[in-house]
Design a protein around this ligand. Structure first.
Ligand SMILES: NC(=O)c1ccc[n+]([C@@H]2O[C@H](COP(=O)([O-])OP(=O)(O)OC[C@H]3O[C@@H](n4cnc5c(N)ncnc54)[C@H](O)[C@@H]3O)[C@@H](O)[C@H]2O)c1
Length: 316
């Protein structure tokens, strides 16, 4: 059988590099693209030796260079490249526009010109802003945006849907909660871990520690994406939430990390319901839709935190 050719943007990133591993194990031919803005060379150092993996260092905001990938016959694009840091959007509002919306527009133009038939896009639960509908379903009423990141991702979703309709491209949009697991590089677990290594007696926590969040293991996230693609769904545009039914408060999460490190620091809260401008104090997505097609997550939030800590400990 002919190997499927997948283009993975952001292939040296946390989720992208895990996806590359998975696709290679499933007999895909993978073309990876990254400019190492936040990605790491070490995340793809083993894959580079795989004859089914081709890596191109490219900046996806530079449209002309991107078009140089034209000689490959790509079946599906997994667009993982982004500015994935939700917390700093207000410090430079153009960052999310450039690295999420404009970059996605470039990817879509590439797909249109190359007549590629499928796109997978990583969106975020942040697009629901501070919705009152908990757990939040995919068809929640049109939300008010509270972060540059969420707003830029929602704009990407809009562009993808319009391209799907106009050019008959099948699209899969996944709205994730925060992801944990091997090769994790950004988010509260690594922040708390690093702070505790520096100061064992005190841990500064943003907000009042009562923010409730849901987290998902990167393995469960990737299995969900592949499950959806292979579900024989005939719809042109497919939107799925990805998360767990359970939540954890930031304080509980900090306690889990302290137990793991066998530390008992004083927690010092910066105060307020939100950790930063645009932080959502309660995130819990409804995952009925993805579960209906047979996806079952394997890892609890605690297990995902512990796996992440094991990874951080063993990969200094
Ligand atoms: N990690 C999470 O908790 C989470 C949650 C929701 C959604 N997402 C989304 O999932 C996707 C992957 O996130 P991640 O956590 O792996 O982030 P990441 O920062 O580890 O990966 C993003 C990758 O994109 C690359 N990149 C950025 N700008 C680029 C450019 N101009 N040209 C080429 N490459 C570029 C980076 O170098 C990096 O390797 C992103 O779209 C992110 O928004 C992540």
């Amino acid at each position: 059988m002919k190997k499927k050719v997948a283009l993975v943007t952001g292939s040296a990133g946390f989720i992208g590099s895990n996806l590359v591993d998975y696709l290679l194990s499933k007999n895909f031919h993978v073309i990876g693209v990254d400019n190492f803005r936040t990605g790491k060379k070490r995340f793809i150092k083993d894959q580079i030796n795989n004859k089914n993996f081709l890596f191109k260092k490219l900046d996806l905001t530079e449209k002309k260079k991107f078009m140089s990938l034209s000689k490959y016959n790509i079946d599906i694009v997994f667009h993982m490249a982004a500015n994935a840091d939700v917390s700093k959007g207000h410090l430079n509002p153009l960052t999310d526009l450039k690295f999420n919306t404009i970059m996605t527009s470039n990817v879509l133009e590439y797909i249109r010109q190359k007549k590629i038939k499928e796109i997978v896009f990583c969106s975020t639960g942040s697009v629901y802003g501070e919705t009152k509908t908990i757990p939040t379903p995919e068809n929640d009423k049109f939300p008010i945006q509270t972060s540059m990141y969420g707003a830029s991702k929602l704009a990407c979703e809009g562009l993808i849907q319009a391209y799907s309709e106009a050019y008959n491209i099948k699209s899969y949009i996944f709205r994730f909660v925060s992801i944990l697991g091997q090769r994790y590089t950004h988010g509260h677990v690594v922040d708390f871990y690093n702070k505790l290594l520096k100061n064992k007696k005190k841990l500064n926590i943003l907000g009042d520690g009562r923010q409730k969040k849901s987290y998902l293991h990167v393995d469960d996230c990737i299995h969900a994406i592949l499950k959806a693609i292979y579900s024989n769904n005939r719809k042109k545009i497919n939107i799925y939430n990805l998360g767990l039914d359970e939540t954890i408060t930031v304080k509980e999460s900090a306690k889990t990390i302290c137990e793991y490190l066998k530390l008992n620091p004083k927690f010092v809260y910066s105060g307020g319901k939100r950790g930063w401008i645009g932080d959502v104090p309660l995130i819990k997505l409804s995952t009925k839709k993805i579960r209906k097609i047979g996806w079952v997550p394997k890892n609890s939030i605690k297990k995902s935190i512990i796996d992440t800590l094991d990874y951080l400990k063993n990969n200094k």
